[in-house]
Design a protein around this ligand. Structure first.
Ligand SMILES: [Cu+2]
Length: 141
């Protein structure tokens, strides 16, 4: 019984279902200097495009929508200041090497397994709050 409860808790914790937008498989990692990145999948189940216009967090000074781009052997991060389109009946992946939320000045003292709260603002839907867990810490020097 206890095991079942834990499973149910995990299921609810990792799925954020709103009318037409669903966030799944969210997780976070920190990088040196108080920076960090958040990854997830956004599913738009409606027949209308939506836009992730802004993200914020009480646990970080700033949250930006970034995209890692590799041209030749140079890796750059593009800041999508006007947001990211989430096409109708489609799924967008925020994942390492691609789109991610870039966090800066993250609260100190966060440990592996801790949650970070992120608020995602959409153009055509209500704000969705997610709580990705910190899965990877920066490498130890
Ligand atoms: Cu970035």
């Amino acid at each position: 019984m206890k095991k079942l409860l834990i499973v149910i808790t995990i299921l609810f914790a990792s799925n954020y279902v709103y009318a037409e937008i669903k966030i799944e498989n969210d997780w976070a990692r920190t990088t040196p200097n108080g920076m960090g990145a958040v990854y997830f999948e956004i599913k738009n189940t409606s027949d209308k495009d939506d836009f992730l216009i802004k993200a914020s967090s009480p646990n970080a000074r700033s949250v930006m929508i970034h995209e890692t781009q590799r041209t030749d052997n140079i890796t750059k991060m593009k800041h999508h200041s006007s947001g990211k389109k989430i096409p109708a009946n489609n799924k967008i992946f925020f994942q390492p090497g691609g789109f991610h939320l870039m966090l800066s000045k993250i609260d100190g003292g966060l440990e592996l397994g801790d949650k970070i709260r992120i608020n995602l603002e959409f153009k055509n839907n209500e704000t969705i709050s997610i709580e990705p867990r910190l899965k990877i810490l920066p490498p130890i020097k």
